[in-house]
Design a binder for this molecule. Structure first.
Ligand code: ME8
Length: 651
């Protein structure tokens, strides 16, 4: 990390796909970035903290088509779900970039033109396998069982002209850089994944998509028939948000100190982005941190699995800071973790209510009782320095934790200090000191140091739990909020002014009792039932009633080949097909236009329900039905790994 970079610190999150529902996984990354941003501010850094939304591409175009609105209208509506969630989570981002912002599109086009002029981008014909949902090309050897290696869905063979970025020339220096800079890819364990990727020949990157296939993107400045590949567009957000590629004009924030991303997008950041920057003549980021997954019952959260944990509901039930704390305390940042409400409630009751809440409540009520609600005088003696020393010795460990983004270790260390505060009260037993005149002499310094330890804890937890930190400081009568405190004030101690009147504050972290827990569980169950309601076309539930083998045999399924395809006028969904099933040619009307362009269909093998009674769709007779599956509105035609003769029966 470049702590000496002119006292400026730049941290980013991925820009999230605007058409996804924001879930706890997205919140995780964004909260983690918020914590380091707040920590750096406490250390006097000027911080640029960027998040945003990724708004171009096939899925957005398709969803907008289905809703019969312009894509821009669609993304204008959708991106606010992320913005609003970040406000609720108390995220202190300094900017929110959208890839449809003019400022972004302008810089993307400038960069493309510059690379093209310098011969870093060239046009070539390309033949490969294309995964529509992922908008990615694959080579034959990338495919797994003939399917997309990323999402497992079917791929289409596509031959077309496209533009390529000369990425292949960059492998050597990148490997050297990764090996020479251990903090470039963090955690350490992820480094080998990237090196493994780079050990295979690194090809050039296809960075265009023909407009005929995908119109919703940034047009290439040197060829209006193409738009920019979403990843080439999206990665540039980290530069375009700064307003310029020119260091003098971008406020001196580049290179980024941390790109915080999930492990799914490490390669795009470590390889695509680094090589893009190199050919743009810009330094590469100091560090890319790829964290682990939040799973539910061992499965990655995903909209299509209906298992996403809805963050707004969690905030309503448990409060913002409890969730921020839990997410970063529960598992090491680089590793996967399984989410459960039970574990969350467990942490709230033990760490927050019993430990921190208890320290606060005891301190405040004793100062009220013994010192009239005013911060007492610590006196001259250093006989009470043991608590102060505990805090001072923890600070270097905590700082180191931030350099490595070991959030769970930082919190663990802070909670040892919370325990030390509680233990101090137990050992000093102010209630006994209050009983005798001799004891009363010690009472004021004991209570001062107790209160001061609480101030120090408020400062330490500020990056993780800003609201709680603020509330504790209010109760201690400290003015100006946590941002006005500094980490050095923990070593210097004596931050509280004797005689300051304490203030009434919110009751923080009441215990969640068993009865309440039951109610919470009911609310969550109801919500997840709603979430899990199978759609009629869902792949993971909603099975129809059983049928017999005789019923199955009634279906006459045949292999066919599409000879002609054209869109049905005035229909967004229907395509009229001519299908050869060996012994005759059928006219079939299929509802697949949201996922297939007619040109893509010609010559394709399909499976036809050949004995379906003819029916009219928009006045056109359909003599059969084409088999297809769907995932989140994406329709995928059924087919076979190997060519079969036309008219062959499928059983
Ligand atoms: O990939 N656990 O956007 P995206 C933890 N637009 N983190 C998770 C998660 C989970 N279960 N699910 C998602 C994109 N995330 C691109 C990024 S950047 C130039 C373009 C988090 O909406 C995690 O940070 O699919 C992951 O990398 C990111 O969301 C993916 O967000």
């Amino acid at each position: 990390m470049q702590d000496d970079k002119r006292n400026k610190f730049y941290v980013t999150t991925p820009i999230y796909y605007v058409n996804d529902v924001p879930h706890l996984g997205h919140a995780y990354t964004t909260i983690a970035a918020d914590v380091i941003a707040r920590y750096k501010r406490l250390n006097g850094f000027e911080v640029s903290f960027l998040t945003g939304s990724d708004e171009h591409g096939q899925k957005v175009q398709q969803a907008a088509q289905e809703l019969k609105v312009e894509p821009q209208v669609h993304v204008d509506r959708l991106h606010t779900r992320f913005r609003d969630l970040w406000t609720r989570f108390n995220i202190s981002n300094t900017d929110f970039i959208r890839t449809t912002d003019e400022r972004h599109k302008k810089i993307v086009r400038e960069i493309l033109q510059n690379l093209f002029d310098r011969g870093e981008i060239y046009k070539d014909s390309y033949e490969g396998w294309y995964c529509m949902p992922d908008e990615r090309f694959w080579t034959e050897k990338d495919l797994v069982d003939g399917n997309c290696p990323e999402c497992g869905r079917s791929v289409d063979k596509i031959k077309e002209h496209n533009y390529f970025f000369k990425m292949g020339q960059h492998a050597e220096w990148l490997i050297e850089h990764i090996q020479a800079n251990p903090s470039f890819i963090q955690p350490e364990s992820r480094k080998n994944e990237v090196l493994g990727f780079l050990s295979k020949p690194l090809g050039d990157l296809c960075i265009s998509r023909p407009k005929a296939r995908l119109a919703w993107g940034i047009p290439l400045p040197f060829d209006d028939d193409y738009v920019t590949y979403v990843w080439f567009d999206a990665l540039i957000n980290y530069i375009s948000a700064l307003g310029s590629q020119d260091d003098a004009k971008n406020g001196g924030f580049w290179p980024a100190d941390f790109h915080i991303v999930g492990k799914d997008i490490l390669t795009t950041h470590a390889v695509y982005w680094s090589t893009m920057l190199k050919s743009m003549g810009l330094p590469i980021p100091s560090s890319i941190f790829a964290h682990g997954w939040w799973t539910v019952n061992g499965k990655k959260m995903s909209k299509s699995l209906h298992n996403v944990v809805e963050p707004n509901l969690l905030i309503d039930l448990f409060g913002v800071d409890a969730i921020r704390y839990f997410l970063l305390r529960e598992a090491p940042f680089g590793q996967d973790a399984d989410f459960s409400h039970k574990a969350l409630i467990g942490r709230i009751n033990s760490d927050l209510a019993n430990n921190l809440g208890n320290l606060l409540n005891r301190t405040v009520s004793m100062i009220k009782r013994y010192h009239d609600g005013k911060i007492p005088d610590p006196g001259e003696t250093n006989a009470f320095d043991s608590l102060k020393d505990d805090f001072a010795s923890a600070l270097p460990e905590i700082r180191k934790g931030y350099d490595e983004l070991s959030y769970n270790k930082i919190l663990e260390r802070i909670w040892k200090l919370v325990d030390a505060g509680n233990k101090w009260i137990d050992v000093k037993a102010p209630w006994n000191l209050f009983k005798t005149d001799e004891g009363k002499k010690e009472l004021a310094p004991v209570m001062y140091h107790t209160a001061e330890s609480l101030r120090a804890i408020a400062v330490l937890i500020y990056p993780f739990m800003p609201h709680t930190s603020e509330q504790i400081l209010i109760q201690l009568g400290v003015e100006g909020g946590p941002e006005k405190q500094s980490l050095d004030s923990i070593t210097n101690w004596y931050g509280l002014k004797p005689g300051t009147e304490m203030q009434k504050g919110e009751r923080l972290f009441p215990r969640i009792e068993e009865k309440q827990e039951q109610k919470i569980q009911e609310t969550l169950d109801a919500a997840s039932k709603n979430n899990a309601k199978p759609k009629t076309d869902s792949k993971d539930g909603g099975l129809a009633d059983p049928i017999s083998i005789e019923d199955v045999m009634k279906l006459d399924l045949r292999i066919g080949k599409i000879l002609e395809a054209e869109k049905v006028k005035k229909s967004k969904k229907l395509i009229k097909l001519k299908v050869d099933i060996g012994f005759e040619v059928r006219q079939v009307v299929a509802g697949i236009a949201t996922s297939y362009e007619p040109e893509m269909l010609i010559g394709r093998s399909i499976i036809l329900v050949a004995n379906l009674k003819p029916a009219k769709l928009m006045g056109i007779e359909s003599q059969g039905m084409v088999l297809a599956g769907s995932d989140d509105g994406q329709i995928v035609l059924a087919g076979f790994d190997k060519e079969l003769p036309l008219g062959a029966r499928v059983k």
